[in-house]
Design a protein around this ligand. Structure first.
Ligand code: FAD
Length: 358
């Protein structure tokens, strides 16, 4: 049975570990941070998260392959922590010329995902808020990320995957860390943002995209609005999503490229809350920001990468590595598609190794 070490216990590493274990491989996960931790170096727990397709049509395969799985989990596996919600994507008149400023297709009129997401419809003019040029609605999911990450750990453990905390200085160290001993056949690198600092990888194309959020106890009545822009600055966003299983409602946010700042900025927090209560007054029964019941303020750093996600194999100091990092703001909604590709690449490496033995 091939031995695989997965470095990283965020949504990328855990989904890879689960699919590799399902293939019958002996999988060990090694990570500095695990589900349950809240740390600026560990992105996954900070995400909302929901599914708002953002890839261009040409790069949409990761999201296309992931959606059916998340849809099935929401419908059939309540303990995974997902539930169906109505996504409402609002395009401001003022943003029409810069709608792709985040480099994504979410706010495109007539988007490719109209045929992927159930119950897609353009909103009639009579249902558009003031200042909104057009918009659409569709059925999506919101993921209670702490619950979902813990569920992934449980699914992995049930298939014999082992978990170990360690901080690696070099990716090749992972090969010697399998619970069965010896050298692992393949190492999967799912280190997210820290791929820019890990020896043997040191990917200088990786950079943080800071996202500040507010988690509140108020509920958003099944609707997840997001707006194409706001008047508070180019890197400030408007999105609201209610997590499943009492996970509270996430108010977002920001999208600041290159910022490693780990502390929430109080002025930004006030602007986020103000925009959220203006966009969805029902959140506080019309009482505005004063009616919000805050659980916590937080900051997560999305793992951005010039040129996009890196999913490829590489030989590093004699160790076969398959990379899977750099998912920016779509790590959950592309997680299963990316992990399937990782499995394909791992199988390719194993076949090459078998051939070399003959
Ligand atoms: P991480 O979660 O950062 O995991 C990296 C793992 O590698 C950790 O376990 C870490 O400890 C380990 N590691 C790193 N270096 C080492 C080392 N040297 N030694 C040992 N272990 C190491 N995505 C969506 O799909 N939908 C959303 O709605 C959404 N909303 C978001 C909102 C915010 C505010 C933020 C910040 C992100 C959001 N995202 C969303 C993006 C998503 O959260 C990320 O793309 C995803 O979490 C990246 O996961 P990852 O597993 O690649 O990285």
């Amino acid at each position: 049975m091939p031995n695989i070490v997965v470095v990283g216990a965020g949504v990328s590493g855990l989904t890879c570990a689960l699919l590799l274990a399902k293939q019958g491989h002996a999988v060990a996960v090694v990570a500095k941070h695990m589900p349950g931790d809240y740390d600026i170096e560990y992105t996954s727990p900070w995400a909302g998260a929901n599914v708002l397709p953002m890839a261009s049509e040409k790069d949409s395969h990761w999201e296309r392959r992931t959606w059916p799985v998340l849809q099935r989990l929401a419908a059939e596996v309540p303990e995974a922590g997902l539930h169906f919600q109505t996504a409402r994507v609002l395009r401001r008149a003022a943003d029409l010329n810069l709608i792709s400023r985040l480099g994504d297709d979410l706010f495109e009129p007539n988007p490719w995902y109209r045929t992927l997401m159930p119950n897609y419809r353009e909103l009639p003019a009579s249902q558009l808020p003031v200042g909104i040029h057009s918009g659409c609605e569709f059925t999506s999911v919101c993921i209670n990320t702490p619950v979902y990450l813990a569920w992934l750990v449980g699914q992995c453990a049930a298939l014999g995957v082992t978990f170990r905390r360690a901080t690696l200085k070099h990716i090749a160290e992972a090969a010697g860390m399998h619970h069965l001993g010896g050298q692992a056949d393949v190492v999967v690198n799912a280190t997210g943002l820290l791929a820019c600092r890990l020896g043997g990888v040191m990917d200088s194309k990786v950079y943080p995209i800071r996202g500040q959020i507010v988690l509140v106890r108020n509920e958003a009545a099944g609707v997840m609005p997001t707006v194409s822009g706001c008047d508070d600055g180019e890197d400030e966003l408007v999105y609201i999503m209610q997590r499943a299983l009492g996970g509270g409602t996430i108010l977002g946010g920001t999208y600041t490229k290159g910022s490693w700042e780990p502390n929430p900025d109080p002025d930004i927090a006030i602007r986020i809350m103000k925009r959220a209560t203006e966009t969805l007054p029902e959140l506080t029964g019309g009482k505005g920001i004063e009616g919000l019941d805050v659980v916590r303020h937080g900051v997560g750093l999305r793992p951005g990468r010039e040129g996009g996600v890196r999913i490829e194999k590489e030989e590093i100091d004699g160790v076969s590595v398959v990379h899977n990092y750099g998912h920016a703001g779509w790590g959950y909604q592309g997680s299963w598609g990316c992990a399937e590709r990782v499995v394909e690449l791992v199988e390719e490496v194993l076949r090459e190794k078998e051939k070399a033995k003959l």
